[in-house]
Design a protein around this ligand. Structure first.
Ligand code: DOR
Ligand code: ZN
Length: 425
């Protein structure tokens, strides 16, 4: 028995198929797309009035397992992912132990399969223990299942080591995702350095901590003619550097998070520690530039940087709180509400930035589109349905969201992974 999605308005990155189709999923794949497929013995979803998208893919999530299961586990993170419409997520290696050896990779994949909700692809660390001293065995990690490598949470400051990593990544054809933030410039800053930090008396992290690293990485990518992917870009100036590099044919790609195109550093004046994030929330000018860069393709994809932290960890003074906010359950609705409905990007562009481009970046060749023969990973949404973000509504183990209390438009109606319904409200 397969799964039959009836009356589907299919939104792929290249076009919207306005004429409703039926989609038959069998053995984990999209077996047929046509109008009027007979129900047979199949399980049926009626998608009339909804939009049917390729399953969303988040290439930047923190799942905290192993090591901080009080913040999130592979199981609770997977539940949050499918509720947010994600069928595949990639988890960052800043766990304890760090994802720097095949055993940890295998453990995560095994646990994700046991949970069986979404695909989880571990991201390997670039340096052993994320200590910025010695490279990991990237070939071994790739063989174990890593599609990308990063020391996310911090930059690889050692430029020689970073160059070497880029050379290995070129040979192995894997993506390097760089967290751009020079800690010598950040120097203990806890929010964006600017008029707001001065006014409220918190130590500022200057934008140059990001942009000098962006510039370095672009130069190394140019020199080696290698790909580099820049994580969570937060500044107008970063977008300008990336746009220029792309115009020169340099193989740089980049991502941005909803909190960086929705919130400004003004949000920190509430002293709500869920607004404390790395890189920090920036100015209105930066917010506008990030939106523009997502629209014109300078920013290739939207990621969550889902960073769960417990109430205990976050309920301290702003200076002492850890950086990070959760994003898996609000990312789609924030993108619809703030980018699609105001006409900044189209629905097809949203599909590109949240599914097709991420799949292409990490080489998931059977994902990112609703096409015959592709994996049956499908997200069915209602773009008009309004809902309120509440603390109780989150299924993530952590609740550190600065969006609690917001009304958003765009609701996930079904998440289908490998032809099976894994989420329904
Ligand atoms: O705010 C952040 N939190 N930024 C990062 O890069 C890491 C993340 C975390 O792991 O909590
Ligand atoms: Zn991160």
């Amino acid at each position: 028995m397969g799964l039959l999605i009836k009356n589907a308005v299919i939104v792929n990155a290249d076009k919207v198929l306005e004429k409703p189709q039926d989609i038959l999923c069998e053995q984990g794949k999209i077996a047929q797309i046509a109008p009027g497929i007979a129900a047979g013995g199949h399980q049926v979803i009626d998608a009339a009035g909804k939009k049917v998208l390729p399953g969303l893919i988040d290439i930047h999530t923190h799942l905290r397992q192993p090591g901080r299961e009080d913040k999130e586990t592979i199981e609770t993170g997977s539940r949050a992912a499918v509720k947010g419409g994600f069928t595949s997520i990639m988890c960052m290696p800043n766990t304890n132990p760090v994802i720097d050896n095949a055993m940890v990779v295998e453990f995560i994949i095994r646990e994700a399969n046991r949970v069986g909700l979404c695909n989880v692809y571990p991201i390997g660390a670039l340096t052993k223990g994320q200590k910025d001293e010695e490279l990991t065995d990237m070939a071994e990690l790739k063989a174990a299942g890593c599609l990308a490598f990063s020391d996310d949470g911090k930059s690889v400051l050692n430029s020689r080591l970073f160059r070497l990593a880029m050379e290995y990544a070129k040979m192995l054809d894997v993506l390097i995702i760089e967290h751009c933030q020079d800690p010598l410039l950040t120097a203990g800053g806890v929010m964006n350095e600017g008029v707001v930090s001065t006014r409220i008396g918190l130590k500022g992290d200057p934008g140059i901590a990001e942009t000098v690293t962006v510039a370095r990485d672009i130069e190394i990518a140019r020199y080696l003619d290698t790909r580099v992917h820049l994580a969570h870009m937060s500044l107008k100036r970063s977008c300008e550097l990336i746009r220029f590099a792309k115009s020169q044919g340099i193989k740089v790609t980049a991502e941005a998070c909803p909190h960086h195109f929705v919130l400004t550093d003004e949000a920190c004046s509430s002293f709500d520690t869920s607004t404390k994030v790395n890189p920090p929330l920036r100015s209105q000018e930066d917010v506008e530039a990030i939106k523009q860069a997502i629209a014109d393709g300078t920013i290739d994809c939207i990621v969550t940087d889902h960073a769960p932290h417990t109430k205990e960890d976050k309920e301290v003074g702003f200076d002492g709180a850890p950086f990070g906010l959760i994003g898996l359950e609000t990312s789609l609705a924030l993108t619809i509400t703030e980018l699609v409905l105001p006409g900044i990007i189209s629905l097809t562009q949203m599909v590109d930035r949240m599914s097709t481009a991420p799949a292409r970046l990490v080489g998931l060749t059977n994902k990112g589109a609703i096409k015959q023969g592709y994996d049956a990973d499908i997200t069915i949404i209602n773009t008009d349905k309004e809902w309120s973000v509440t603390r109780e509504g989150f299924v993530s183990k952590s609740k550190n969201s600065p969006f609690i209390g917001r009304r958003l438009k765009g609701m996930v109606e079904y998440t289908v992974r490998g032809g099976k319904i894994v989420y329904q409200p």
